[in-house]
Design a binder for this molecule. Structure first.
Ligand code: ADP
Length: 402
């Protein structure tokens, strides 16, 4: 069975075609700058080995439709295509950033569903309109093929009101849906399930802290397999310090900066989203660069790293109290998988809380889901490479089989 996973943005479409028997991608790529004078498409097909057939070319894509047409042409190309015909695609899984309170599980697309999805647009005005266009184009290009939406927010819908409500007038929740939703749910869910396999325990019996550290970053507290708290909020701007996003700050800072600088709300939020976090402190949002500069004695780079680790520890500590008992802390995504220093800094000096790292294992993690804590560490520290596309494809298959 072959499943196409689509992540459509306002001017881009990321895609991956997966062979579900093998759990492997057959092809993946991205169409960028849709609607601009010149667009860009990068396509990779790897029937045997990774990068077997990578091509990038420029071409205008006036709308998402032309972009998707090109993707289908590449997938079914008589020479280099990975499938003979688009009819080989059994289902399409769409990554959707925000499902509001409407969607708490992967959901089959139909008219009623799309109507609800449109109601979530004010909650994710930068993402959900693009996702909806992606669904509409896919429905047109693949008539009769079932489409499934998989939401970044749905894993967190198991949180109780005490965890998701903000201390603001209740009417603002009722009228506008202002509450904590959480994001990266597909990744948190995927690594939680993989962790239960490593721990040799059913997921329903696992208490976990999942730490997704990419350019965007968030943590979740998972009790008996269900999310009970998460660090991101109404939007993906909240929580820990990220590459360019500030994370949680005193909300009054927003008004103070805007007043003093004479900026409007849009400009202020733009700075907090794109010019803050690690980049705001030291000018770089890439930890590889930050580590290099730390080694050269760059104090700002050191400060940025220390701040990020400090804030991440605060959340992990809070989640330990919420969970009461923890089986494992799991690191994933670009930083979580590749940065032993970040992991070591976050987990340092916590032996009294049951965390004992193995420096050697931490420095030499081999990309397999495994522990980087000492064998006798009561709480395991695991590193698990996330695979959001596979999780979306699995969710899609599950809905198709319902
Ligand atoms: P996204 O959230 O965009 O999917 P990723 O999960 O790919 O991002 O994470 C990207 C980040 O991972 C980079 O900005 C960088 O900080 C970090 N990263 C990638 N490789 C390494 C590495 N070898 N060492 C430290 N950090 C790394």
């Amino acid at each position: 069975m072959k499943i196409l996973v689509i992540n459509a943005g306002s001017s881009s479409i990321k895609y991956q075609l997966l062979d579900m028997e093998k759990g492997n991608p057959l092809a993946s790529g991205v169409v960028e700058r849709i609607g601009e004078d010149m667009g860009n498409l990068t396509h990779k097909a790897y029937p045997g080995t990774a990068d077997e057939n990578k091509s990038t070319f420029e071409k205008p894509f006036p709308t998402h439709k032309e972009g998707m047409h090109e993707v289908v042409a590449l997938l079914t190309d008589s020479e280099k295509g990975v499938i003979k015909d688009r009819s080989e695609i059994a289902g399409i899984g769409h990554r959707i950033v925000h499902g509001g309170e409407y969607f708490f599980k992967p959901t089959l697309v139909d008219n009623e569903m799309l109507e609800k999805l449109r109601k979530t647009i004010p909650l994710a005005p930068l993402h959900n309109p693009g996702h909806i266009i992606g669904i509409e184009v896919a429905m047109e290009l693949f008539p009769g093929v079932k489409q499934v939406c998989v939401f970044d927010t749905s894993f967190h819908q198991t949180m109780e009101p005490k965890a998701y409500q903000y201390g603001i007038p209740y009417e603002l929740y009722e009228e506008l849906g202002v509450r904590r939703y959480g994001f990266h749910g597909t990744s948190h869910k995927y690594v939680a399930r993989e962790a239960s396999k490593v721990l040799g325990k059913p997921l329903e019996e696992c208490n976990l802290v999942t730490v997704h550290l990419g350019n965007g970053a968030s943590l979740s507290a998972v009790k008996n397999g269900k999310c009970i708290d998460t660090s991101m909020g109404l939007t993906p701007l909240g929580g820990i310090i990220m590459g360019t996003r500030c994370g949680d700050i005193d909300p009054a800072i927003l008004g103070y900066i805007a007043d003093q600088k004479g900026w409007d709300l849009k400009k202020t939020l733009n700075v907090l989203t794109h010019e803050s976090g690690l980049k705001g402190i030291c000018g770089s949002n890439d930890l590889r660069d930050i580590h290099k500069r730390r080694e050269e004695g760059d104090e700002r780079a050191q400060l940025a790293f220390d701040m990020a680790v400090h804030r991440c520890r605060q959340f992990i500590g809070a989640y330990f109290f919420e969970l009461g008992e923890v089986d494992a802390v799991i690191f994933t995504a670009g930083i979580g998988e590749n940065d032993p220093d970040y992991r070591a800094g976050t987990m340092e000096g916590l032996e009294k809380f049951g965390i004992k790292m193995d420096a050697d294992k931490n420095a030499n993690w081999n990309r397999q889901p495994s522990a980087v804590s000492a064998d006798d560490s009561p709480v395991k520290v695991l590193v698990i490479a996330t695979n959001e596309e596979l999780e979306i494809a699995n969710d899609t298959v599950a809905v198709l089989n319902e």
